[in-house]
Design a protein around this ligand. Structure first.
Ligand code: GDP
Ligand code: MG
Ligand code: ZN
Length: 358
């Protein structure tokens, strides 16, 4: 099977960074599925399964240096086995990361090379402005352009109000209501895609992400779920992240519920998302004002006289807390790493002394 790489998102810029790998006889491939370090890869010659080369695994100093869904990689093809060895990961243009689960805090790439990220929220019990703000931070952090999709518009009676609420929380971001099963509002979503463009869907389980993919594809690409009436949550159907090619429309990455997704480095993005608060901060009396109980705080003054919504300051504080928690965990990790290195050094020293003593 011959596949046009451009339908997978390939372009002149990728070709340029790939040139040295091409010279080494490698082929370009895009990661469509990752499962426990086993990959499915889309190449010009169709689908291959893939694994990292021993050298790449060995040289990676962190998980974020290994391949993830959406990555372009350089592979050695073993055509007879339909298998490939991943020799290199091309530098990412954008990426979503999360704290990897486990004892140490480590950055893990969730999806790479995403042009537009759809923040999906159902207009049922799922609708939550605070959560939207957090998704927005993630989107800004990733480098992809965010768009808010409010699904299940057919179940809501207050669609214009919800759209206004979401727009207020996401200044300058397109907010689109839709009811994917009936096709209502789908055209403007499709218009944001395009051949070779990659979108990712972020949102809670049951928000309607897979339903959007199916509606866009006009086919049952993804299994959707029955929703429990009690809490509008669906059961988990999408187990792994997956990059799906929508013929003629572009590419889309479906993600399992993003509950586990936590912010990695939010300092910059806090400034972008809460720019009205960051703009007031220089007027505070204390340069390191946290806008909590400090006297002569310009931010709290703005809330008091109605120039700033109290909810905005609330969200800001919640993110501040989250960020501090994460920073503390990073510190712990750094101390553990230092200790480990100290132990290795200590062993080496002892060995040296022993050797000398001989
Ligand atoms: N009424 C209505 N139901 C929807 C809509 N979108 C999704 N659903 C239903 O919500 C449930 C969860 O959808 P699914 O796409 O599996 O959610 P995911 O977990 O985000 O992938 C399914 O039963 C869908 O049929 C919508 O726009 N309107
Ligand atoms: Mg799903
Ligand atoms: Zn202040």
């Amino acid at each position: 099977m011959e596949v046009d790489l451009e339908t997978l998102g390939w372009d002149a810029r990728w070709a340029e960074v790939f040139a040295p790998h091409a010279a080494a006889g490698l082929q370009p491939a895009r990661v469509t599925i990752e499962f426990n370090h086993l990959f499915r890869l889309a190449t010009a010659e169709g689908e291959f399964k893939g694994q990292h080369s021993g050298r790449l695994r060995h040289e990676a100093t962190g998980r974020s240096m290994l391949a993830a869904v959406g990555d372009w990689v350089a592979v050695e093809l073993r055509r007879d086995e339909r298998a490939a060895t991943i020799e290199a990961v091309l530098p990412r243009r954008s990426w979503f990361s999360r704290k990897a689960a486990g004892e140490v805090t480590e950055e893990q790439i969730v999806a790479a090379n995403v042009d537009v990220v759809f923040l999906v929220m159902g207009l049922d019990h799922d609708f939550n402005v605070r959560r939207l703000e957090r998704y927005l931070l993630l989107a800004y952090e990733s480098g992809a352009t965010p768009v808010v999709l409010l699904t299940k518009a057919d179940l809501a009676t207050d669609v214009p109000e919800r759209v206004a609420e979401a727009s207020a929380a996401a200044p300058g971001v397109t907010v689109l209501p839709l009811a994917a099963p009936s096709g209502l509002g789908l055209a403007p979503v499709a218009a944001l895609l395009g051949p070779g463009r990659t979108a990712a869907l972020l949102g809670s389980s049951g928000a309607g992400k897979s339903t959007i993919i199916n509606a866009l594809a006009g086919a049952e690409m993804m299994k959707t779920q029955e929703v429990r009436a009690s809490d509008s949550r669906g059961r988990h159907t999408t187990r792994h992240r997956q990059l799906i090619v929508l013929p003629g429309l572009g590419l889309i990455i479906d993600t399992p519920g993003m509950r586990e997704l936590q912010l990695w480095d939010v300092a910059r993005t806090m400034r972008d998302t809460f720019d009205e608060i960051e703009a007031l901060a220089p007027e505070c009396h204390f340069t390191n004002c946290q806008h909590r109980a400090e006297p002569r705080c310009a931010v709290r003054a703005a809330v008091a006289d109605g120039r700033l919504a109290a909810e905005r300051l609330d969200s800001y504080r919640k993110l501040q807390d989250e960020r501090e928690g994460l920073e503390a965990r990073k510190d712990v990790r750094a101390r553990i790493e230092e200790k480990r290195r100290g132990r290795v050094m200590g062993k080496a020293l002892k060995q040296m002394q022993k050797d000398r003593g001989r």
